[in-house]
Design a protein around this ligand. Structure first.
Ligand SMILES: Cc1cc2nc3c(=O)[nH]c(=O)nc-3n(C[C@H](O)[C@H](O)[C@H](O)COP(=O)(O)OP(=O)(O)OC[C@H]3O[C@@H](n4cnc5c(N)ncnc54)[C@H](O)[C@@H]3O)c2cc1C
Length: 460
């Protein structure tokens, strides 16, 4: 049993990890406002094989199909088979889902447990209530990890204070707000990945960023959940003609919408066949703009992250990562819809067990190739960075654009180091696989069937 534990992050992954400890009393460090977490904005729900006609094996097979077989099979197996257990645990704690699960793209049966399209907000508030009195919450922002030799031994906060710990769990969320058009809150910049890499952790799968196909072209942009398409919404052009089968996996739908808009014109999500009472968020848009909402893709989910094993262990002793900031490999090259809230629950539970009981061995990771990215000390300019990522590292990429992005990012410090790593990874992967689409290499290549491990190299 380890002594003091710090969990960084107050979304589903951080809170569920903190609530899953049996003996230790972890300190959660995160801002108090809940809408900074992606969890708050999650809509469709949590995928889990709970229905009598469903099975974890079927869920596993759907996860592999969506992930293009690039999945770490052990991680996908753990995700889907622990799914019913953790969702049951959530319900035993008093959380109530709507009676019927949604059907979402890529799932062979309805299995997305939801509270309409407000699942994340209701769930986060529930978890925060459960954490009151059980978990010590330190409002704040972590800026770096403390190290002693090869171990992480605590965290440093923005106010200069430090918390020493025997175990640090990063649950800091993804990096999709590095793009201009994004569904994520603006602070979702991958700061946790940056801290982990600075402490010597491997990052992987950075080139795999999922773009959500149906984000409204309104101000502000609103994500129109996949479940709407499961409930009958269509993707149509100006004259009402179907543009693409709306239930295909997200990457295919996103590229179809992106290319239709580039070549022909606007694409609309047609809600005329949907029972809007089931979707309060979408209904608000429907009431303002009518049954056809103009949409385009936006950066949505970071598949890449800090490389971990199925217990959330990174390659740095004392450091675990869980949720969207981690990369267990469970999602492969494309995340199956609604598998990410589930990931927070499943791996959060396992991280707590591992930290507390010391059940697994410290892992060594093997990659198809390792790359070290030189850390730059310069300044970061988030606005400029976002423009570069949007223009050159979007739904479709090519070598020319990615090289241009690297030129433009040269010398940028801070989160620019993470942006450069993402571009380097996308440039290295000369193939198209899942959500990573290279215009100049439109097919998968057996040469790239493994992962790229990225580490930071600091110049003395
Ligand atoms: C609009 C939208 C809809 C979605 N719909 C679904 C869905 O229906 N189903 C599904 O499965 N997934 C959905 N997702 C994805 C899902 O919400 C996320 O993958 C998941 O919530 C990530 O949880 P997390 O705990 O890992 O990260 P987050 O919820 O993003 O939480 C990260 C936490 O870390 C804190 N933090 C970050 N850096 C620091 C730092 N340096 N110091 C201190 N604190 C820090 C943040 O403030 C936040 O509290 C959706 C996402 C969005 C944006």
């Amino acid at each position: 049993m380890r002594g003091k534990v710090v969990v960084v992050g107050g979304g589903i992954a951080g809170l569920w990890t903190a609530l899953s400890f049996r003996k230790a009393s972890p300190i959660v460090v995160a801002p108090k406002s809940d809408d900074e977490a992606n969890t708050y904005w999650a809509q469709g729900g949590i995928a889990a094989a709970l229905s009598p006609h469903d099975s974890p094996l079927l869920h596993y097979e759907d996860t592999l199909r969506a992930g293009g077989g690039f999945n770490d099979r052990k991680a996908a197996l753990v995700l889907t088979h622990y799914g019913p257990m953790v969702v049951n645990k959530l319900m035993q704690m008093g959380f109530r889902f709507n009676e019927h699960p949604h059907l979402e793209g890529g799932h062979s049966t309805p299995r997305v447990w939801n509270v309409g399209d407000e699942t994340g907000r209701v769930l986060l508030r529930f978890l925060r209530r459960k954490a009151e009195g059980r978990v010590e919450w330190r409002p704040g922002w972590v800026v770096s990890l403390l190290k002693e030799g090869d171990r992480v031994v605590g965290v440093r906060l923005a106010d200069g204070s430090e918390i020493e710990a025997d175990a640090v769990v990063l649950a800091t969320g993804g990096y999709a707000a590095l793009w201009e058009r994004t569904t994520n809150p603006p602070n979702t910049l991958g700061r946790g990945l940056l801290m982990a890499a600075m402490a010597g952790a491997y990052l992987t799968d950075l080139e795999f960023v999922q773009f959500h196909p149906t984000v409204s072209l309104t101000t502000p942009p609103v994500l129109l959940t996949e479940a709407l398409r499961g409930a009958g919404a269509r993707l149509v052009n100006e004259s009402g003609k179907d543009v693409v089968n709306p239930l295909l996996p997200r990457d295919i739908v996103a590229r179809a919408v992106y290319n239709y808009r580039r070549r022909h014109g606007e694409v609309f999500l047609d809600l005329s066949r949907v029972d809007m009472d089931r979707f309060p968020v979408a209904r608000r848009l429907y009431e303002r703009f009518g049954e056809r909402i103009p949409v385009s893709p936006a950066a949505h989910y970071s598949i890449g992250g800090v490389r971990t094993d199925v217990w959330g262990r990174t390659n740095v002793r004392g450091l675990w990562a869980v949720g969207e900031c981690s990369a267990t490999g469970a999602h492969g090259a494309n995340r199956l819809a609604s598998n990410s809230l589930l990931e927070g629950l499943v791996f959060g539970y396992r991280v707590a067990l591992d930290v507390e009981e010391d059940v697994s061995q410290w892992p060594e990771f093997k990659f198809l190739r390792e790359m070290s990215v030189e850390v730059s000390e310069g300044d970061e300019d988030i606005g400029a960075l976002r423009g570069i990522m949007e223009r050159y590292v979007g739904v479709e990429r090519d070598a020319k654009g990615l090289r241009e992005a690297l030129n433009l990012l040269e010398g940028t410090g801070g989160i620019g180091n993470l942006a450069r790593s993402i571009v380097e990874a996308a440039l290295w992967r000369e193939e198209s696989r899942g959500v990573h689409y290279r215009r100049d290499h439109p097919s998968p290549s057996p040469e790239f069937s493994g992962r790229l491990g990225v580490r930071f190299r600091t110049i003395m």
